[in-house]
Design a protein around this ligand. Structure first.
Ligand code: NAG
Ligand code: NAG
Ligand code: NAG
Ligand code: NAG
Length: 399
């Protein structure tokens, strides 16, 4: 076909116009100047660019940037961390490049690693510095930081701004249903409540604890069989009964009771000693009821401090051993299905960095953007943790 010169110009102009239009849109929303770490493929185009690039107009849509200033126990956190956060995977971005401080919405400092990196010497308005530790104060380094340095806390304590704990959130089935969660069953065959061994089993590798757990168990062992396996036993067979890194849940199951007492007794500090064995039909023994009563279902565990002394406790354990009905009552929460666990990182039960991400959006959405900081972070951590020394065991043994 023959084109007249006028229509060639028209098509040319149209072509240039379309190109310029597309380029303009692309440069606004699709361009990242390369100063940021690669971002995982995102679902929405508008979420792939950094806030400082697109400016305040689209700022509300850009993902929040969470910069890990430190390693976590020596390891650099993976950028894929947020893939563990259903519903938030494209709402935040994990960064580990300290040169990107100025574009971070939150800066996370893992307590035990703080001393390995110089602290940032600038901070932007609205940027939150997060104090992070899943461990107890004594296992978190206690490295000095300036006063009012941290804005948010992210620790095992429920009173943290963004809780970061081991294990799941056990909740009543009623609550789970009201939130539309899929209910997980913890039911076990009742025949598994009948045990082949007697007394208490413990797999222990810390032989000298601040709380003097070992003294309490030694005394208890005078009144009921207490079988200690692992590093702290002199019985060679029991020393190696469970290889390192293996759960050995079948051994725990053989005994009616097992020791779930933490190495350190602090508020809200509950570790794999409970969580890895939560499905085993054996009753966990802990030290202080107050620490567990808001974390585990009622009547699902035995606390030492429910009893005046080791004799009284041993009497109760032996009574349970010889009465299957009474013993089974400790498993009502699972047999009757009254308790379950919240799905991992589900809304309302988010943990760790997922909770930090959620919180970053919450403060923004609210619009009020209230500011806060912790004047003395270690004092806060100690006060809230209320870690125990050996007062309880000393009193119990002479009780
Ligand atoms: C303690 O365990 C041993 C060996 O399993 C058993 O023979 C004994 O009867 C148990 N003692 C008590 C008081 O249950
Ligand atoms: C066994 O425990 C049940 C429930 O606690 C109790 O009602 C019953 O009297 C106990 N049986 C014996 C023989 O002690
Ligand atoms: C916003 O923050 C204020 C003050 O912290 C609080 O009282 C209010 O409930 C929040 N609103 C929403 C929608 O979260
Ligand atoms: C964070 O803490 C700093 C220092 O105490 C303070 O100036 C700033 O306002 C706080 N920011 C937020 C968002 O809480």
């Amino acid at each position: 076909m023959r084109l007249r010169p006028a229509s060639v110009y028209r098509y040319l102009l149209l072509g240039i116009g379309v190109f310029l239009g597309v380029y303009m849109i692309y440069s606004i929303i699709g361009y990242d100047d390369g100063s940021h770490v690669p971002i995982r493929p995102q679902r929405h185009l508008y979420l792939t660019v950094s806030q400082d690039r697109i400016g305040s107009r689209f700022g509300n849509l850009a993902p929040k940037r969470i910069l890990y200033w430190t390693t976590v126990f020596g390891s650099t956190v993976p950028h894929t961390m947020l893939s563990d956060c259903p519903g938030l995977t494209d709402r935040c971005v994990i960064d580990t490049n300290r040169h990107q401080l100025s574009s971070a919405d939150a800066v996370v400092f893992h307590a035990a690693d703080i001393s390995k990196f110089p602290l940032p010497n600038t901070r932007k308005e609205n940027q939150v510095f997060v104090f992070n530790s899943m461990e107890t104060p004594d296992n978190s380094g206690r490295f000095a930081v300036p006063e009012s340095f941290f804005n948010w806390t992210s620790t095992h304590l429920h009173s943290s701004d963004a809780i970061h704990k081991y294990g799941s959130f056990l909740i009543s089935t009623q609550v789970a249903e009201s939130r539309g969660f899929k209910v997980q069953s913890y039911y076990v065959q009742p025949k598994r409540f009948v045990k082949t061994k007697s007394g208490v089993f413990g797999l222990i590798s810390n032989c000298h604890t601040t709380s003097k757990r070992e003294l309490a168990l030694q005394e208890l062992g005078k009144h009921i069989n207490v079988t200690i396996a692992g590093k702290c036993t002199s019985d060679e067979r029991l020393k190696t009964i469970c290889p390192p890194g293996v759960e050995c849940l079948d051994i725990f199951e053989q005994y009616p009771f097992y020791i779930a007492i933490e190495n350190t007794i602090c508020n809200d500090y509950v570790t794999e000693k409970i969580w890895n064995r939560i499905s085993v039909p054996s009753i966990p023994i802990v030290m202080k009821r107050r620490i567990y009563k808001n974390i585990l279902p009622p009547n699902s565990f035995i606390a030492m401090d429910d009893y005046k002394n080791p004799t009284e406790m041993a009497n109760h354990l032996r009574a349970l051993e010889s009465n299957l009905t009474a013993y089974s009552e400790y498993f009502n929460w699972r047999q009757k299905g009254t308790w379950t666990s919240a799905p991992w990182n589900s809304p309302g039960y988010r943990n760790g960095v997922c909770r930090v991400c959620e919180l970053l959006w919450k403060t923004k959405d609210n619009g009020t953007e209230s500011t806060k900081s912790y004047e003395n972070i270690w004092k806060w951590f100690d006060d809230e943790s209320q870690c125990e020394k050996d007062e309880f065991v000393r009193g119990w043994l002479s009780g």
